[in-house]
Ligand binder design. Structure first.
Ligand code: IPM
Ligand code: MG
Length: 355
């Protein structure tokens, strides 16, 4: 059965990681078909729109989308993949690959997953001048005067709904039940009692549906410290959108490079896959971007498409390339972010050989 994957290569250095990844997927010979919806500047030149209707249709018709990374140019397709397709659970595995240059003394065995609520929180995008809030006469708990009287300034609205929280927490519990039966919730509920406090309250309610999964909760700043000091005690961690964005980059750094941070965004009837790192504009055009996050995201995608065996093969091949570098006692065969001097092409060739 042929599976169709819409590919959006993304901006800056992202295509340099996406292209060899697609080439490698093609070599698996499992009937994957790749289609390329036009987006961004290229689409604008051709059609007058940066995200034409035809491209949306290609994404809708595909079994999934593989997305490079955006710096804004391809941003409207990303917005469609998240809000348009309601992919509410952003899954970001934080797995140490032995041989990676982690800043930690003993990173072997780090294996937790951040599940980030992907659609609301401060990402609803309601911002504006605080003067606009005058009709509401909002008095803050701390500033003790109507916030619109604070002079020139802007506001941003943070939304936490029951529906979005329940579904992402259920998703996280489901994932924990397939892993080590432990879910942690991270929120700033001591300060943001109304919004984050509600996220935690709903999470606790949902926890009652999963008596076999151990549930605990930390204030997010405390969690950030524990994530670095004792990362191995975590299995699945669920959190509101913005904390998940920030902490998944921090977790990438913990593992050794943002180039290692894979991700997949899941909704009830669509999922798409993209590395969590940015577009690395500083190294664009140099063929040295670390494609590991992109390849690991591809492995997550294979799993989602029903190719569990190939997903594992790809992940194992990556593990072997890093382990070989460790055994050789030199990171030479890895990309420069890992201390090596391999190009992206050379690194991908090594992964293909290991496959
Ligand atoms: C991510 C990115 C995005 C986000 C940007 C590109 C909008 O940082 O996927 O983590 O903030 O979600
Ligand atoms: Mg981010």
């Amino acid at each position: 059965m042929i599976k169709t994957i819409a590919v959006i290569e993304g901006d800056d250095a992202a295509p340099e990681a996406v292209r060899p990844t697609i080439e490698l997927l093609g070599k698996l010979n499992i009937g994957l078909e790749f289609v390329y919806p036009a987006v961004g500047e290229a689409a604008e030149r051709e059609t007058g729109s940066a995200f034409p209707e035809a491209s949306r249709q290609i994404i809708d018709d595909a079994d999934t989308t593989f997305f490079g990374s955006t710096s804004g140019n391809t941003g409207n397709s990303l917005r469609y993949l998240r809000w348009g397709k309601q992919t509410y659970a952003n899954v970001r595995p934080c797995l140490h690959l032995p041989g990676c240059a982690s800043p930690l003394k003993d990173p072997d065995g780090i294996d937790f997953v951040i599940v980030r609520e992907n659609l609301e929180d401060l990402y609803v995008g309601c911002e504006g001048p605080i003067g606009d809030l005058a009709p509401l006469r909002l008095v803050g708990r701390t500033v003790r005067r109507p916030v619109h009287e604070l002079g020139e300034g802007k506001y941003a609205i943070k939304i936490i709904t029951r529906e979005a929280t329940e579904r992402v927490v259920r998703f996280a519990f489901g994932l924990a039940a397939k892993r080590r039966n432990h879910l942690t919730c991270a929120t700033k509920h001591n300060m943001l009692r109304g919004s984050d406090g509600f996220f935690l309250e709903v999470a606790r309610e949902v926890a009652a549906e999963y008596p076999d999964v151990e549930f605990d909760a930390f204030i997010v700043d405390d969690f950030a410290c524990r994530m670095i000091r004792e990362p191995k005690r975590f299995d699945v961690v669920v959190m509101p959108n913005l904390y998940g964005d920030i902490l998944s980059d921090a977790a990438g750094g913990l593992l050794g490079s943002l180039g290692l941070a894979a991700s997949g965004c899941f909704g009830d009837d669509y999922a798409y896959f993209e590395p969590a790192h940015g577009t690395a504009p500083d190294i664009a055009g140099r063929n040295i971007i670390n494609p590991t996050a992109t390849l690991l995201s591809a492995s997550m995608m294979l799993d989602h498409l029903g190719f569990a065996r190939e997903a594992l093969r790809l992940r194992d091949a990556l593990l072997r390339v890093y382990a070989a570098a460790r055994d050789a006692g030199t990171p030479d065969t890895l990309t420069p972010d890992q201390g090596g001097n391999a190009t992206t092409t050379e690194f991908c060739a090594a992964v293909t050989a290991a496959l």
